[in-house]
Design a protein around this ligand. Structure first.
Ligand SMILES: [Zn+2]
Ligand SMILES: [Zn+2]
Length: 626
């Protein structure tokens, strides 16, 4: 196996996480050197963007498409090009010159910023190797509190930070769903190019479309497992092979650092294997108990009839004694056959979480889950129209986004840029900006109509002029009545002051939603996956309010939001609260991420009727534009 450091390949591989760290280091170096705020921010933004990217940067570079990543301009793109070609960036080396290398290690400690990291490395003269350990020793020996600008409190904070880092290092970060999906799709596409591969699927949490994924598992159906194993070993993104098992398992580490397990199965038993390794563990436990009651035992190879009897000693405790074990295993080519054998309907993987799906399947009451093809539009995209917003501006031209919406087969597209910043503008200025936006969109509607005339088969796409308005801490909206009147529709979201208690937060949200113009509550829990928990809300009160006042909760398909989370979607669906799935795209390429929002809805048992952007434009306007 080759290693990226051995130079046996023409290019060098770096995972997105490694690249994000390199960029964040440059931002920190600029900060220590008191460079312009603009430069510091640019690298910070690029680092965050890379960390959340849903494609491997190395792949984009291979295809010459590095500029597709939002936040990566010409300059940074050319530096990354050098990185992939030579393994380093001379310009970055110059920027970091004179700074102690240990400072970049210290940046990983929670609560330690660039200037602190620099001071610690420099004054304590800590070298790169074992830097965190040495810093901890220095702190415990009381060497930090006596330093200038440091004190007792900062020394304690640093010790706490190091402890948190040590804990965090043991549990590796999970991947965001779209990223894991991309890695797996690439492998599956590769596998399917072999004529010996009959089928290949993701397994485990990825097949169930869980919001974050640990390792990637993939199943392969083939008559010639050994040949396909050899074929897979030639996959160019493998860094090391951990296990080449006798048990039809290959375990590898990719160049990007992720572990992948590939399992091989013969066609006659593929269904049982797929079912077994899709999980969830809890679903399979319940299914096993259910089957034992029917005198059947399950395994990754199939179903076996057994004579079971509930232990007389512990009735009702679910203890089973398997008395006869030597009957033949019945194998299954597909999962449908497997579930049917148990007297069940096939259960979609997204539902296999031990949340009542077995009973629903037995009684033929499984939901008819919403599908991507049911989605008729997206009402939350940020264009680059210069609206001087309170938060980030989108990066794509509205026209490009309309064209993408047409390509996706949508009937409507709603633009919901952040509201113009209220601290930097007077009301008149905000009105002026909104009027200019409306004029621009009128133009856009006209030109979209004109260009459509040449393509007669296209249905007209309806362009809605909306806004994503901040909910202030007191529940007021951040723009005035007069401004709201200029818009087709408004999404209200929380982007600041996440720390309010449950009671105050609930009041804040309900006050904002009570406004007649507000129909949609954006990314309702405010969580950022792998970053921060959502704020606290009294969900019973929120659901109740939405139901009574016809307010709609958003399911944001944004990769590190997937918010409303599936468990709350399920509650909303049970109560009859309506939902909308939006992409929250800030770039035209992100609009296709809608499918991950759909998967959240499916995991929450949502049907087409629960989701308002499955409605036709006319039906939607009745709800939204009144
Ligand atoms: Zn938002
Ligand atoms: Zn947004």
């Amino acid at each position: 196996m080759y290693d990226k450091n051995m130079g046996s390949r023409l290019s060098h591989s770096f995972s997105n996480r490694e690249i994000a760290k390199i960029l964040a280091d440059i931002s920190a170096a600029y900060e220590v050197k008191n460079e312009s705020k603009f430069k510091i921010m640019a690298y910070q933004k690029a680092a965050v963007s890379v960390e959340h990217a849903t494609s491997e940067l190395k792949d984009l570079w291979d295809d010459g498409k590095l500029d597709q990543i939002p936040g990566i301009g010409k300059n940074i793109s050319s530096y990354l090009d050098e990185l992939f070609r030579t393994g380093q960036v001379r310009h970055f080396n110059r920027i970091k010159k004179g700074l102690p290398p240990a400072m970049f290690v210290f940046l990983d400690i929670p609560g330690v910023g660039p200037k602190t990291a620099y001071a610690l490395a420099k004054i304590l003269k800590i070298s790169n190797k074992g830097a965190v350990k040495k810093l901890k020793e220095a702190a415990l020996a009381g060497k930090i509190k006596v330093m200038e600008n440091f004190g007792e409190k900062s020394e304690e904070d640093i010790i706490e930070g190091i402890k948190a880092l040590e804990k965090g290092e043991m549990k590796t970060k999970r991947m965001l769903l779209p990223y894991a999906d991309m890695l797996a799709s690439d492998i599956i596409n590769y596998l399917k190019r072999s004529p010996e591969v009959l089928e290949a699927h993701p397994l485990g949490s990825l097949r169930r479309m869980v919001a974050t994924i640990g390792d990637i598992d993939i199943s392969v159906c083939t008559k010639k497992p050994h040949e396909v194993m050899e074929y897979f070993l030639k996959y160019k993104k493998i860094k090391t092979v951990l296990e080449k098992g006798e048990k039809a398992l290959l375990r590898v580490i990719l160049l990007s650092g992720q572990q992948v397990d590939v399992r091989f199965s013969l066609p006659e038993s593929y269904g049982a294997m797929l079912q077994y390794f899709t999980g969830s563990k809890q679903h399979n436990i319940q299914l096993r108990e259910f089957s034992l009651r029917k005198g059947m035992s399950l395994s990754e190879y199939g179903i076996k009839k057994v004579q079971s009897s509930i232990s007389k000693k512990f009735p009702g405790r679910g203890k089973f004694k398997v008395q006869s074990d030597n009957l033949k295993v019945k194998s299954f080519e597909d999962e449908e056959g497997f579930y049917h054998e148990l007297g069940l309907e096939w259960i979609p993987p997204e539902l296999r979480e031990a949340r009542g799906e077995i009973e629903a399947s037995r009684t033929r009451k499984l939901p008819k889950l919403v599908e991507l093809k049911d989605i008729k539009g997206d009402l939350h995209v940020h264009s680059d129209f210069p609206i001087e917003p309170s938060h980030d501006l989108g990066e794509s031209d509205p026209k490009a986004m309309v064209e993408e919406a047409e390509r996706l087969g949508y009937e409507y597209l709603g633009f919901s840029e952040h509201n113009p910043s209220s601290s930097k503008h007077t009301e008149t200025q905000v009105i002026d900006l909104l009027k200019r936006k409306e004029e621009a969109f009128e133009q856009l509607r006209y030109s979209a109509g004109e260009s459509r005339k040449s393509r007669v088969q296209k249905l007209p796409i309806n362009i809605l002029n909306g806004l994503e308005v901040d909910i202030k801490p007191d529940g007021e909206l951040s723009i005035s009545e007069k401004c709201l009147d200029l818009l087709d529709f408004v999404i209200a979201s929380i982007h600041t002051n996440f720390g309010l208690n449950r009671e105050k937060m609930t009041k804040r949200v309900l006050k904002a939603l009570a406004h007649p113009k507000i129909k949609i509550f954006g990314h309702p829990t405010g969580r950022l996956l792998e970053e921060r928990e959502g704020y606290e809300l009294d969900w019973e009160a929120v659901f109740d309010f939405c139901l009574k006042n016809k307010k709609i909760l958003e399911i944001s398909a944004w990769p590190n939001r997937l918010d409303l989370p599936d468990v709350l979607v399920r509650e909303a669906v049970k109560l009859g609260v309506k939902l909308i799935i939006d992409s929250d795209s800030h770039h035209v390429d992100q609009m296709k991420l809608m499918k991950y929002g759909v998967s959240v809805a499916r995991r929450g048992w949502a049907e087409k009727e629960d989701i308002i952007n499955t409605l036709s434009y006319k039906e939607l306007s009745d709800i939204l534009l009144k």
